[in-house]
Design a protein around this ligand. Structure first.
Ligand SMILES: NC(=O)c1ccc[n+]([C@@H]2O[C@H](COP(=O)([O-])OP(=O)(O)OC[C@H]3O[C@@H](n4cnc5c(N)ncnc54)[C@H](O)[C@@H]3O)[C@@H](O)[C@H]2O)c1
Ligand SMILES: O=C(O)C[C@H](O)C(=O)O
Ligand SMILES: [Mg+2]
Length: 578
């Protein structure tokens, strides 16, 4: 990977904060609490002398102690709960600890462990994780928002209605866990100030029978609200965000595909809105594909793409690849569309299929193309499509674990020299193929990337093949930070493509074709910093930025704005922050 800036020199200069909280109030504020790291002078000033043991610890010592405690929890879900409690106690310690062990701890607080925490949410509940806006309380939505934000400026709102959480479906109020985890990643990897971000759960009910029948379910025990009532509720929410936080980024996560697409189209010209499953996944997959075709020395328009799973992610990926093909390879949109075969649970999306979603119509295959197909009239499944189309790229975002069988993978490998295979479904148990198997079945020829972290596979020459983590977290924090930094009025497709290109340019495979297609997740903060700079520069260039900077200033401004988990120096001031 090309050299990246050392982020340690991005630490803010020693900061002095005037704080109005004393005693228990400062010890129980995760924003201000330093625990045993309060200095002797601060202990006197904030009424803490008798409330803490004698010794003053450094942040390094606190991180060491916390890491040791974490190791005593034997499984991932317990570690997740422990870290959740730490977040409730002390933000600097929480973010600093995870930053020091990024590759090890991101899978604990995010994908895949967060899926388990979300599905057990009502049983694990300890305390509030953000703002819960419930349909039945919609008349007081504005009061609830203002009560929660207490006059704070907000840079970022991450919301979910939890209809399609990762690959585990409708999770009702547990969906706050994804809003919260995505917000944490924004801070950890993107540099967003946690005090200026808000996770939101839009509780419009759930159709998950198990939750509805669970006496301990803590959400609104009601079937999902649909239609005009749903649209009005969402509109009420979006208009409040626009009114009170006009410069914020509004991030949508894990909505059902129909609402995801509709909400994005409805608001994308009014406010800076972003759908992670559609746009974030599209962007990271574009970057990963660009890296892979760099290895095969082909162009985007030379590929035949089979996308298995035509929901938010599948559609977002197809559109992003298509748009990039049009802009880089100079082909018409129609020709670019013809390079895609999308499959959902009813088989190949083609003309004679009933009820094809409006947003998929441009990717519908003609019946003419399949007229000689033996199973005509029936669903056309993945294996048949692979045999017939001979794809060069096979992408999975279906939630159908194990769908890329040995037969499918080998059929693909017969049709091309270096099959590009990205099984992206999360969490790990839903991956379409274990990358180790795909590697073995293709004798190390497949170029692979997955949505969740997987261990390296062995190449026939005995070398490790590092599996790229093609998860939107490698790009969305940078896309978002770039938009917030430049105070963009909207997040345009060209800003997203600029971010994806920057990520692709950082691929280790550019220098070594046997290396991972994407940068290591351990480098995610530096990578996302680069993405953010590219996005903000593009926003300035195309005139959607609110700031009046020159493009050359962006990098320095980004360094100044980035939030880092370090303790500032506190002075007591009754009119200070709380
Ligand atoms: N790696 C990433 O960054 C990333 C990003 C977004 C989504 N995802 C993953 O992709 C998966 C889908 O997410 P989504 O948001 O698009 O969900 P979604 O519910 O919008 O879409 C799922 C799609 O899969 C299809 N499908 C379901 N079962 C199928 C089957 N047996 N055969 C073929 N198709 C089937 C559905 O018809 C639908 O088109 C999830 O597992 C999610 O975790 C990964
Ligand atoms: O949450 C993730 O890990 C990625 C993605 O947004 C998903 O829905 O799977
Ligand atoms: Mg998601």
């Amino acid at each position: 990977m090309p050299d990246l800036p050392d982020t340690s020199d991005m630490l803010p200069k020693s900061q002095i904060f005037r704080v109005a909280l004393r005693g228990d109030a400062i010890l129980t504020s995760p924003r201000w609490n330093k625990g045993t790291a309060f200095t002797t002078a601060e202990r006197k000033a904030f009424g803490l002398t008798g409330r803490l043991p004698h010794r003053v610890n450094t942040l390094d010592e606190q991180c060491q102690r916390a890491y040791d405690q974490l190791q005593s929890h034997e499984n991932a879900i317990r570690k997740n709960s422990f870290l959740q409690s730490m977040k409730d106690q002390n933000w600097v310690l929480y973010y600093s600890l995870i930053s020091r062990h990024l590759r090890e701890l991101v899978p604990i607080i995010y994908t895949p462990t967060e899926a388990e925490a979300i599905s057990n949410y009502s049983h694990l509940f300890r305390r509030s994780e953000g703002l819960y806006l419930t349909f039945s309380d919609k008349d007081t939505m504005e009061e609830q928002l203002l009560e929660q934000t207490q006059g704070r400026e907000m840079d970022l709102i991450v919301c979910s209605d939890a209809e399609a959480i990762l690959g585990i479906g409708d999770q009702g109020v547990g969906g706050i866990g994804i809003s919260s985890a995505k917000s944490v990643i924004y801070t950890l990897i993107g540099g967003t100030d946690p005090h200026r971000s808000l996770p939101v759960m839009l509780d419009v009910g759930t159709n998950n029978e198990e939750l509805l029948n669970d006496p301990l379910y803590v959400g609104w025990p009601h079937k999902r609200v649909r239609g005009k009532e749903y649209d009005d509720f969402m509109d009420q929410f979006v208009q409040l965000i626009r009114k009170h936080f006009p410069n914020s980024l509004l991030h949508f996560e894990d909505f059902g595909v129909t609402n995801a697409h509709k909400l994005l189209q409805r608001y994308r010209d009014e406010h800076s809105v972003f759908n992670d499953d559609i746009q974030g996944t599209g962007a990271v997959t574009l970057a990963c594909t660009m890296a892979a075709i760099g290895v095969t020395k082909t162009k985007l328009c030379d590929q035949r793409f089979v996308i298995y799973g035509a929901g938010s992610a599948g559609l977002g990926i197809a559109e992003q690849l298509r748009d990039a093909m049009v802009s880089t390879d100079n082909v018409s949109e129609e020709e670019a569309n013809s390079k895609f075969w999308l499959i959902d649970k009813h088989g190949l999306i083609r003309q004679s299929l009933a009820d094809v979603r409006e947003d998929l119509k441009k990717f519908v295959r003609s019946d003419e193309e399949w007229k000689d197909f033996a199973g005509n009239g029936k669903e056309i499944g993945l294996l048949d499509v692979v045999k017939h189309v001979k794809p060069t790229v096979l992408i999975g975002c279906s939630t159908h674990g194990g769908a890329f069988t040995k037969e499918v993978v080998q059929a693909m490998a017969e049709g091309c020299e270096r099959p590009i295979i990205f099984p992206l479904s999360n969490p790990s148990k839903l991956v379409e193929v274990d990358p180790k198997d795909a590697n073995d079945w293709t004798k190390g020829k497949a170029l692979l990337a997955t949505g969740s972290p997987f261990p390296p596979a062995k190449m026939p020459n005995g070398k490790d093949y590092v599996i790229a983590e093609c998860n939107n977290a490698l790009i969305y924090p940078g896309l978002g930070f770039g938009s917030m930094l430049s105070q963009s009025r909207k997040m345009t497709d060209t800003m997203i493509i600029a971010g994806a290109r920057r990520l692709a340019a950082l691929s280790p495979a550019l220098e070594d074709p046997d290396a991972s297609l994407l940068p290591d997740f351990g480098d995610a903060p530096e990578v996302n910093f680069e993405v953010a700079v590219a996005v903000a520069e593009q926003a300035i260039e195309e005139g959607v930025a609110g700031v009046k900077w020159k493009k050359e200033e962006v990098r320095e401004r980004a360094r100044e704005k980035i939030w880092k988990p370090v303790y500032g120096k506190y002075e007591y001031d009754e009119h200070g922050a709380n």
